[in-house]
Design a protein around this ligand. Sequence first.
Ligand SMILES: [Zn+2]
Length: 497
Amino acid sequence: MQLLSAEELAQLSPAEEAGFPSPIPTQVVASDEYFPQPQSAEQKEVEARLVAMADRLAARQGLTRRRFFQTAAGMAASFVAMNQVYGPLFEASEAEAATPELAQQRAEALAGQLVFDAHTHFLRDDTRLMGFVAMREAVGRAGWNRQIGDRPQTIDDLKYANYVKEIFLDSDTKVALLTNAPSEVPADWFLTQDQVFETRARVNREAGARRMLAHYTITPGYPGWMEGIDKAIEIYKPDSWKGYTIGDNTHKDLSRHPWRLDDEKLVYPAYEKFAKAGIRNVCIHKGLFAPSVEKQFPDLRPYVDVSDVGKAAKDWPQLNFIIYHSGYRHVGGSPAEAMREWEETGRISWVSDLADIPAKYGVGNVYGDLGQLFAFSTVVQPRLAAALMGTLVKGLGADHVVWGTDAVWTGSPQWQIEGLRRLEIPEDMQRQHGFAPLGPAAGPVKTAIFGGNSLRLYRFEKHAALATDRFAALKAEYERRGAGRSNLRYGYVRKPA
Ligand SMILES: [Zn+2]
């Protein structure tokens, strides 16, 4: 089966060899609230160690530094450098970084892992939202995602073609759930509801298997929102629901319809419809409301924490409440601030509150999604990543934590996948907080988080097809060509004959 034209294959050759990484930025260039903070002293040290290691190993392997970072050995090197600075949190060895065969073997052994990313985004073609371009650049420059590196980003990087490439070719993701965000300004929805379901149909048709699931976005209080749900049930047949209790997250200054999950009058009639239709997964954006954001929008503060989750979950045992970002507050703020909170109190806003809900309310239908909170902790403050994972697994259960990356805001999710595969909670933290170890990459805890839990939530019966469909063949071809995760952009998915 020929999936790529000659021209397309030509584009798969490694990118031009510009210097990499770029000088470390001394400050954040734009003011988008989801921006990574400037590098800390520790990150600078990681960067310096990594560059030194990469130059040494790349030369020995006959590669440029940029190319080295695109290999499995380069990925391992990043985690080795982090271990040197933060202590042994990641499973990675210098031998792996120095021996391409060893690194490649490990990568290949895990490549088939069922990674179900229940939190992904791209933007409509006519989008006016440019903030995410700068965010990707900042993530590249801060050294979080070495697949981005110092490549200038454009709005096309946020659109469909690059989305498919970064999710299904550049990462080990097998299934993705496409989500959305509403706005009071119709033109500034990430996608229209139609586009979401057209994309699901297109991807699944092109793949020849169920690769994509889709959200219908509910907007309680907006005119016509209940009729929209009827239409969704009848026509779109969504896999689950997405809601933003903050109302309008994109234009917080325009938010006129914030709401609470436990508002019996406003949203319980919608839950009734969900239950009746048998579409039981309710995905809710929570958190991402750092103290600096609260200062700007104090009126929205009552809607962004998780204080409304417990009662709703208790009243609606037939539904599942999947809390996106697990209510993590500090994205857009400082990971150091989150770390300080953890060290002083043993809690993190509002992840610890979420983790308390099953015990406090006696419920088993509350889940935590890892979108953004993993990205914003794993590289910059890995002990914080360990604390977050420990807190969620202990409170919700390993069977109630679901993988999500919020890709492609921070580029292809492979660096996050590798992060969780390798992360372990340090022993002192395990002892002090009663956390169980996360275990190996393919052990029971990580297998459940990466895919098992969402497979169950979405009643995903036949997933054997994922190993043999058109996307599987395409990825095999891509890797065989030494794709180098480089600059392939358009036209790599042929229309099925
Ligand atoms: Zn999101």
